[in-house]
Design a protein around this ligand. Structure first.
Ligand SMILES: Nc1ncnc2c1ncn2[C@@H]1O[C@H](COP(=O)(O)OP(=O)(O)OP(=O)(O)O)[C@@H](O)[C@H]1O
Length: 697
């Protein structure tokens, strides 16, 4: 078949399918706004169906695979789309949902005549692939047809032309779904079993965040009923990042998933008993002046996130739990007696895994009931005596320790074992802050862990937890989150090479993986970077190489662009003028939808934003407490740019003072934010991290 006739045939089919989709959309019943519960549930289903059909109307499908099961006489074309669609009368499948087992063939197949299999709920299905085709449909119109495999023909270019086309596009201000171009190594992660904690180490731009979001959509489809969106949670590094990724899940037809930061979530669990001390911003402390590695390694935040510190918290909690059984009997009047042995007996009927404060409150109620029944049995009526007995009971129960999380934490911080781990100055400061109900980020993991152990988790256990940028998490944070699940079902992703928060995060994935039973964990590495051009990735790899041995370079997708530019300015004023000129030139070129000027510090970014404003250029200056990401032109400190991406990036101060020898990870993060264009400016000496100026201009 010629390319021309294949296009016509596919265009005709798109029209046919669209007729079906539009008919089904028209036939969705009227909206229900009443109070009947069953009708409300039906309305919800109608609404979800409508959303799926609307997605299908814009782009009914993106792929076709002709698969011949070994037991069948002929191949059958399967069209893969974001939402499954069936013919309303015949029920024939017109579009297969990308998450269906058979759709995995589309992602996993990379050519060849040998039989392939996919896993179906009824077992493995074997067959051969006859055709793999990409189709680009925009707003219901077929625009492109690209075959990546035709059986019996010379192998088509397997460098995925369609993928390159997609990667070459400019980006808007939100991360997008990748269902049409998911790669084999990503698909394997997305389709991993629900009862696994999957750890993903992936180089910058390898699609970790995107893959994690697609995995959620997959799990909701594959385990419909057993897993619910309301019982899933995504932890992201900050609110601006949450805003940036907020478009992906709705586009995949997924709603209602809690998306939060660890700090916000922890304060919520602590019922806002404490709040973060605004006077201390760890970013300002660690990034606004040069800090040594030594200082980071010994930071109190590292200690408070460690398992050694958790062991002390556990010990304190065990002692607290043991104190549930008082040493003395309760004997309010001669002959009226509850002995510790009786309390042990009472508690033996209790669930010992229940949180301490719940068991305590049940014990206090039990003592009250006992006093009541003794009173009734003796038919007493003296009101004064009754109130005396009540007072005695109160005095007795007061000896059974009762804590809020911050009280127990404060008391722990006073103990000698803690003083051995942490500098006295640091614990004293924390205790003082706690009195004013203020904490620092590193106190949240121990506090929320204590809260969960004392009071339990107030919600249904999470079906699935996603942790993005997990290299910045401490083992203690993961331990706290484990308290909110019956069994581990997680997607934990990050990149140790982007671990710029050395004062808090991990050095090796083992530190987190070892906290879970081995059989429940899976570890994956993603080495290919999809975001940036080859030139940018090669340049970023050189920066990383400056860290010495043990680094893993990112493997670029074969997408070539412009050389990275490194430009020297003789004075600082000239450097700032060059920033303005570069931005003007980029804007004029019309090539880039999103651009960023990255500075080493917040202060340098303020200066740059000021210069741009003087030149009449509108830019949004990103600060650490930012909630929203607006796209367009952004000025952002390098340490806040993690996770984001821009068509063009200008690193405005690539001199040796701004990026010292300890800043390789930070500069790597900065460079890998760029999709198509990267330029570095410096005044004075170029940072030694850039050992080979690539295109000195
Ligand atoms: N299979 C793919 N097809 C098309 N685009 C992809 C694919 N995988 C990743 N991308 C694109 O690559 C870019 C990087 O993805 P993402 O932000 O998820 O990567 P990341 O590994 O989380 O990056 P970082 O660690 O730098 O934050 C995004 O623009 C994403 O759409």
């Amino acid at each position: 078949m010629t390319v021309q006739s294949a296009f016509q045939e596919e265009a005709a089919r798109v029209d046919e399918v669209l007729v079906q989709i539009r008919k089904q959309l028209r036939e969705i019943g009227p909206r229900y706004t009443g109070n009947d519960f069953t009708e409300q549930m039906l309305e919800l289903q109608r609404e979800q169906r409508q959303q799926r059909l609307e997605v299908a109307e814009r782009e009914p499908y993106f792929g076709r695979i002709d698969f011949q099961e070994t037991v069948h006489p002929a191949p059958k074309p399967l069209y893969i789309g974001k939402a499954g669609v069936a013919h309303e009368k015949s029920n024939d499948v017109l579009v297969v949902d990308w998450r269906a087992p058979v759709a995995s063939l589309f992602y996993a197949f990379s050519g060849g005549e040998a039989p392939v299999t996919y896993e179906s709920p009824d077992g493995d299905v074997e067959g051969t692939v006859h055709l793999k085709r990409n189709l680009m449909i925009r707003d219901g119109k077929l625009e492109r047809v690209v075959d990546s495999y035709v059986r019996g023909q010379e192998e088509e270019s397997v460098t995925d032309e369609f993928l390159l086309y997609r990667l070459g596009e400019s980006k808007d201000n939100k991360l997008r779904d990748i269902v049409s171009t998911i790669q084999q190594e990503q698909d394997r992660i997305i389709r991993t079993d629900k009862n696994k904690a999957v750890f993903i180490q992936g180089v910058a731009g390898s699609g970790k965040t995107t893959v994690a979001l697609h995995r959620l959509a997959y799990l909701l489809y594959r385990y419909a009923g057993a897993i619910r969106a309301e019982r899933m949670v995504i932890f992201a590094p900050n609110r601006m990042f949450l805003d940036y990724i907020s478009g992906v899940l709705p586009e995949l037809g997924v709603g209602d998933i809690l998306q939060t930061t660890f700090a916000d979530w922890a304060q919520e669990q602590l019922q806002h008993e404490v709040r973060l001390d605004e006077a201390y911003d760890p970013f300002v402390y660690w990034f606004e002046q040069p800090r040594t590695r030594e200082e980071m390694e010994h930071a109190p935040s590292r200690v408070k996130g460690s398992l050694a510190f958790k062991a002390l918290v556990d010990e304190k909690l065990s002692l607290t739990e043991a104190s549930l059984i008082p040493e003395q009997s309760f004997e309010p009047l001669p002959g009226w007696k509850v002995t510790p042995a009786m309390i042990v007996e009472w508690l033996s009927t209790d669930d010992a895994s229940e949180p301490y404060m719940k068991r305590r409150s049940r014990l206090v109620s039990r003592l009250k009931r006992w006093l009541e029944s003794e009173w009734k049995a003796r038919r007493l009526a003296d009101g004064k005596l009754k109130s005396q007995l009540g007072t005695k009971l109160n005095a007795y129960t007061k000896k059974i320790p009762s804590y809020t999380a911050s009280q127990l934490y404060s008391s722990l911080l006073r103990e000698p074992a803690v003083q051995e781990l942490l500098p006295a100055k640091s614990t004293a400061a924390t205790i003082k802050a706690l009195k004013q109900k203020l904490v620092q980020p590193e106190d949240l993991a121990p506090l929320v862990y204590i809260q969960l152990r004392l009071f339990g988790f107030e919600h249904s256990p999470y079906d699935h937890i996603v942790i993005d940028e997990a290299q910045d998490y401490s083992p203690f944070q993961l331990e706290a989150l484990k308290q909110c699940q019956r069994q581990p079902s997680m997607t934990v992703l990050g990149d140790l090479q982007q671990g710029i928060h050395g004062y808090a995060g991990i050095h090796s994935w083992k530190e987190l993986i070892s906290l879970l039973p081995e059989a429940d964990t899976g570890y994956f590495e993603l080495d290919r970077s999809y975001r940036s051009t080859m030139e940018i990735i090669d340049f970023a790899n050189l920066v990383l190489g400056a860290m010495g041995t043990g680094v893993k370079p990112a493997v670029p997708v074969f997408r070539s662009g412009e050389m990275v530019e490194v430009t020297n300015a003789s004075t600082d004023d000239e450097r700032l003028a060059l920033v303005v000129d570069t931005v003007k030139a980029w804007q004029k070129s019309g090539h880039y939808r999103t651009m960023a000027v990255l500075g080493r510090t917040a202060r340098s970014c303020e200066e740059i934003a000021g210069k741009l404003a003087e030149a009449g250029i509108a830019a949004s200056l990103v600060q650490s407490k930012q909630d929203a990401y607006g796209g367009g032109l952004t000025v952002v400190p390098a340490y806040l740019s993690k996770g984001l991406e821009f068509d063009a990036v200008l690193i405005a101060d690539a001199d040796g003072d701004s990026f010292g020898s300890n800043d390789a990870k930070l500069l790597y993060v900065a460079c890998t934010r760029a999709l198509h264009k990267l330029k570095l400016l410096y005044c004075g000496e170029l940072t030694s991290l850039v050992s080979e100026p690539v295109a000195a201009v």
